[in-house]
Design a protein around this ligand. Sequence first.
Ligand code: SR1
Ligand code: MG
Length: 400
Amino acid sequence: MAYETLTEKTAGEYARAKANIFSKNSELECKEIGDGNLNLVFRVKEKTPGGKSVIIKQSMPHARIDKSIIAPLERADIESEMLVLYNQITPNLSPKIYFYDKEEYAIIMEDLSAYIVLRKGLIRGNLYPHLAEHMGEFLARSLFFTSDLGLDPLKKKAMQKKFINPDLCKITEDLVFSNPYFDASNNKIDPEIRTRAERNWVDDELKSAVAVLKEKFMTQGQALIHGDLHTGSVFVTADSTKIFDPEFAFFGPMGFDIGAILGNVILNYLSQEWHLKNSDNKKAYQRYLLDTFRGIWMIFSHRFRELWNSSVTTPMESNPVYRENYMKRLFSDSIGYAGCKMARRIVGLAQVEDIRSIPDAEVRAKVQIAALDISREFIIQRDKYYSIEDVIGTVQNYPL
Ligand code: SR1
Ligand code: MG
């Protein structure tokens, strides 16, 4: 069948025909619920109380947010393969796939409607006591077992051929590593922060540090990374975490995934200057966010070292001096990429609800400028931080 985009009218019967989930005669209801930047997303549900439901995610040949951005349909091949892989190497931390349709570029998967997108949960000030543990475990296992530390080099190279993702990498190269640092036509810059944003365009120290991180993103096939691991790519409940949306996956630097989640936690921390401004809870919630930030790195690095000690078999890589040198570089990359991921959400095309939903222009500008200043520190100082505590110090000492 030739590719055709699904609609609320067609997606229900499509799901019934393709996935062995719904009974023949059940009445189905369908809603398009996509609010991301790229794809169509439908929820199909049996109308009966307690009826079954699924999610269908379908690629379109361009980005939803900007039709001039090329985003090939084949990204759905990558996403479906990634979700299968995640279900194997990081069990229970991603949605299950029921069916992948290669002709329609549509994935039929588990409906996680009991969950909330982490970004929205954090904006509401919810606590997720297991988040750091689950993210740390996910990062350690997904990165270790797809790197040369945990994978046979021939298998890794065979996977590298399969997971080449040039157009989606180009989106990141432009939107994260280039456009925020010059007057790009698709930047979105609030007038109140224009002067601060323009300061970055003439900041050669910052721009050369970002160029180094960009070079690493483009050249270091360290592990099979998710590629877009912000708080909008994670579903949560109080005791469960599911990582989804790995359509940007490719073999790149591990720190890009770690930094993505860390940077987005800091954006939420800053946005609480508005969301919890009238609450006694603001300081406590910001402390919780910094605990989560610290916890993700600590649990990741602890589990990663454990996997290293138990599973690295080659003599060269078993060396503990090399291991600690690797961890140091990983830490520095993660903080640098956290900074890059923060800045792109302040001045670039695709921004984040945490900050865009602040209606008061003055408060929003204060938060945006804080994000740009902290992001600069993260990028420039990344090799000089001794521990995650020092990085937290940069955030805590910032005069908000
Ligand atoms: C054109 S796509 C814009 C952004 O949305 C995705 O979530 C990625 O972060 C991408 O950079
Ligand atoms: Mg996405």
